[in-house]
Design a protein around this ligand. Structure first.
Ligand code: NDP
Length: 246
């Protein structure tokens, strides 16, 4: 019995300059998909795309700040102009400057909301008109186990991931069957995510929490699995943690 489809898809991956996004772009390109890598650090994107092309894969890059709705719309329109369609958006770009609420790092709360929530909504707004015209498409949201649990220092981050979960589930419920919506919900994964925590207490606790991290390609494999299902199958959510994570 065939359980996956091998059709080559046009896939836009946000936050592809490191971590999960980079691993996803590399894996999907190796599987024959036409991958567009987007993020702000274009030098990093170009290096990843060069590596993909050197291995025989298809990859281009776009400079993109997902907190800018017009820029996200323009990026998606560019993909469609150049390739004739967009099949998948992996809304992966995210930030996690953890801190207790009483540290009052309001700018960091705003940044998490701008990237993790508004960035996701901007991605959905940009692709939906094309998906409707095409009669199909797939939105993949990289949420977090923070979408299902709150720990001290994660209140705002978890709130953004609860929101990402809710938005993606709402999209699934509202969409025609041709449009699929998948939430990918990782536990601790090797990446640069924790490097931007400025609060000293959160830095210390996060270092302990993150010591059992699994490679980013584990998450890329889950995304590949969701993409590879036949068109009448929508993988709603995959929750995966390191086996050692409690
Ligand atoms: P990284 O920090 O390695 O990657 C984050 C990516 O997001 C980078 O490519 C960064 O690119 C991009 N990004 C950040 N801000 C913006 C922006 N404004 N516009 C466009 N891109 C942006 O971390 P991860 O790979 O771990 O994070 C990817 C996703 O996985 C996030 O949504 C995160 O919340 C989620 N996640 C990660 C877990 C983990 O343990 N690693 C666990 C659960 C979920 P650039 O700076 O170049 O713009």
């Amino acid at each position: 019995m065939t359980t996956t489809t091998n059709t080559s898809k046009v896939v836009l991956v946000t936050g592809a300059s490191s971590g999960i996004g980079e691993a996803t772009a590399v894996r999907l390109a190796a599987e024959g998909h036409d991958v567009v890598l987007a993020a702000r650090r274009t030098d990093r994107l170009d290096a990843v795309a060069d590596r993909i092309r050197a291995g025989g894969g298809r990859a281009t890059t776009l400079s993109l700040d997902v907190s800018d709705a017009d820029a996200v719309r323009a990026a998606v329109d560019t993909v469609v102009q150049e390739r004739g369609r967009i099949d998948v958006i992996v809304n992966n770009a995210g930030v996690m400057p953890l801190s207790r609420l009483d540290a009052l790092l309001v700018d960091e709360w705003d940044r998490m909301i701008d990237v993790n929530v508004r960035g996701l909504l901007h991605g959905i707004a940009a692709v939906l008109p094309h998906f409707r015209r095409q009669g199909g498409g797939h939105v993949v949201t990289v949420a977090s186990v923070g979408a299902h649990e709150v720990v001290p220092t994660s209140a705002v981050y978890s709130a953004t991931k609860f929101a990402a979960w809710a938005i993606t589930e709402g999209l699934r419920l509202e969409s025609d069957p041709g449009i699929r919506a998948t939430t990918i919900t990782p536990g601790v994964v090797e990446s640069e995510l924790a490097e931007h925590i400025s609060d000293p207490d959160a830095q210390t606790t996060t270092k302990i929490y993150r010591r059992n991290a699994i490679p980013a390609d584990a998450i890329a494999r889950a995304i590949s699995f969701a993409l590879g299902q036949p068109a009448d199958v929508d993988v709603n959510e995959i929750i995966m943690r390191p086996a050692a994570q409690r």
